[in-house]
Ligand binder design. Sequence first.
Ligand SMILES: NC(=O)c1ccc[n+]([C@@H]2O[C@H](COP(=O)([O-])OP(=O)(O)OC[C@H]3O[C@@H](n4cnc5c(N)ncnc54)[C@H](O)[C@@H]3O)[C@@H](O)[C@H]2O)c1
Length: 362
Amino acid sequence: MDGMVRRLRVSGSGFAYDAVIGAPAREAIAEVRALLIRDAFAVFVDERVYSLHGEYMDGIFAGFEKYETCLVPQGEEHKSYARAEWALNWMLEKGLSRRSSVVAVGGGVTGDFAGFVAALYMRGVPVIHLPTTLLAMVDSSIGGKVAVNLAAGKNIAGAFHQPAMVIADIHFLATLPGREFRNGLAEMVKHALIGDDDSYRILRRASPEEIARPELIAEAVYHSVRFKASIVQRDEREGGLRSILNFGHTVGHAIESLCGYSGFSHGEAVALGMRAEIEYSRRAGLLAEGDRDAALDLIGRYDLGIPNGGLDGRRVMEHMRYDKKNRQGTIRCVLLEGIGRPVYDRTIDEGLMRQVLDELLA
Ligand SMILES: NC(=O)c1ccc[n+]([C@@H]2O[C@H](COP(=O)([O-])OP(=O)(O)OC[C@H]3O[C@@H](n4cnc5c(N)ncnc54)[C@H](O)[C@@H]3O)[C@@H](O)[C@H]2O)c1
């Protein structure tokens, strides 16, 4: 196990924390012991993770006397403002104070939710993320964005609340369903295509079976986290560079919103979005044919972004127009000028994108 343990420092203006990848959580959490024993702390844990790993979790927190556990039901619909208010009241009833901390154990839903609650409770208490999905390890736990959904839309109520520590314990991935695993792989492939050379190398060499092996996935997660951290460190609040992380997301979000956030998972929608944005980049004369083929090949290697035949290019375009990142009636996308060479904030030619979508989704 020791060979798998990697650590990196994520820092920015006014914050710095360690992300530890591959270490057993019960060992890594000792590093924030001082924070956790200031007062009782709250553990928000995904209900499914608790049912699968309850005993393992008891081991993680065995050295602590005072903590309260709150189960977070599975599903995006529970990442709601109403539930966050309920959780704030629950923390108060449990006697948690401004010296308390929050620990989030679960996927992106639990991490976003518990992080949002931590950002608000008593004007903000520390949050420690123990991501248990691949997506949460490489994406949502890094970067400090926390949010809940309103009836009007996803992630509308949110904050930037950087964690005190992130512990990616690969042990949890053993029970992750294949579809959720591919969800995370889609974000890792995205990182590989927009500049993460190490991930590109690993993902191109591995087979879909090999990549799930603990040693290899720990290494791949490390590089992916390092890449995301390097971007958010330079642009914490998405003023510019951080937008490259939205590669595949303009089309991907439109697909998710068109399908009412069911049918396609986030990773599947983003992978389809990447396919569309890669092909668009080629046809717009930005991307060489060889790079287009190599990029599509990497997405295909892991069976990502397969259209299910139920989508209509015209309606996807309509939803792209609603995207909150658009300005003055134009649709903007991250495009590729080469593997590892993204360009952001590009206004697209709607006719050309429609053509690409019609062919991709046919
Ligand atoms: N904050 C950010 O920067 C950011 C970035 C990307 C995505 N997100 C958010 O992340 C969320 C999606 O996260 P997700 O894909 O992790 O989904 P999720 O949290 O819903 O988890 C997916 C499913 O996997 C289950 N699960 C979790 N860990 C498991 C394990 N180890 N074994 C078995 N099952 C397990 C969960 O119960 C759930 O059913 C969305 O709400 C999205 O908006 C946030």
